[in-house]
Write a protein that binds this ligand. Structure first.
Ligand code: FMN
Length: 192
């Protein structure tokens, strides 16, 4: 079973974890233990956040809520791509073992909201890495459904106060995809 569990503890440095974490698209059916998820969520809230706004909210979603979101998404897919595509998507979403949503506090002040969104993205990365460190894979998804009017309602969040940063599916990886990145030399611009 491909997982991160076969990494030796000695190689689990922060840098190794940053490089090794991958987005997982296909999961085994087992739902990871709640304690491991709570530990990763606890790490998420230690992300940097300007002016200590702590703008994140975490929603750990059970089967009932996951079903509401899956149906909302299937309705979207049906409108765009037809019934067959919607049924396939519904089957796929119903097979996702673990569900989380991360939201960010809205702000009337645009620069603050931008910084708060940045902080929430850091929190999501902490969350993904926290899960990965426990051998749990994840996928951060920003599919159209998270911007649907019914989405925040489905997770019982307050649309006047927050917006969704992403859905995070988690579970044990069926496969861990390979990834490439352009070399640092192509990205680094040193100045005198
Ligand atoms: C803000 C954000 C939104 C994302 N939304 C999706 C998504 O909707 N669907 C998806 O397949 N992957 C999504 N991803 C995951 C990226 O596709 C993934 O990070 C990228 O392919 C690099 O792979 P890696 O995470 O394994 O390094 C998202 C990632 C980020 C940062």
């Amino acid at each position: 079973m491909p997982s991160t569990a076969n990494c030796s503890p000695a190689t689990r440095t922060v840098l190794d974890a940053l490089r090794a974490r991958r987005t997982i698209h296909d999961f085994l059916p087992d739902v990871p233990p709640r304690e491991a998820v709570l530990a990763a969520l606890d790490a998420a809230r230690w992300a940097p956040n300007h002016r200590l706004t702590e703008p994140w909210r975490f929603y750990l979603l059970g089967a009932e809520t996951a079903e509401r979101i899956s149906l909302l998404n299937a309705a979207l897919v049906s409108r765009k791509s037809g019934e067959e595509a919607a049924a396939a998507k519904l089957r796929r979403w119903r097979a996702m073992p673990g569900w989380l949503a991360v939201t960010c506090a809205k702000s009337a002040d645009a620069p603050r909201e931008q910084e708060d969104y940045a902080a929430c993205c850091c929190a999501v990365q902490n969350l993904l890495l926290g899960l990965w460190a426990a051998g749990i894979g994840s996928k951060w998804s920003t599919g159209k459904v998270i911007r649907e009017a019914g989405f925040l309602e489905a997770i019982d969040a307050d649309a006047t106060q927050e917006f969704c940063v992403g859905l995070v599916w988690y579970g044990y990886p069926q496969t861990v995809p390979a990834q490439q990145r352009v070399p640092l030399t192509q990205l680094l611009h040193e100045r005198p």
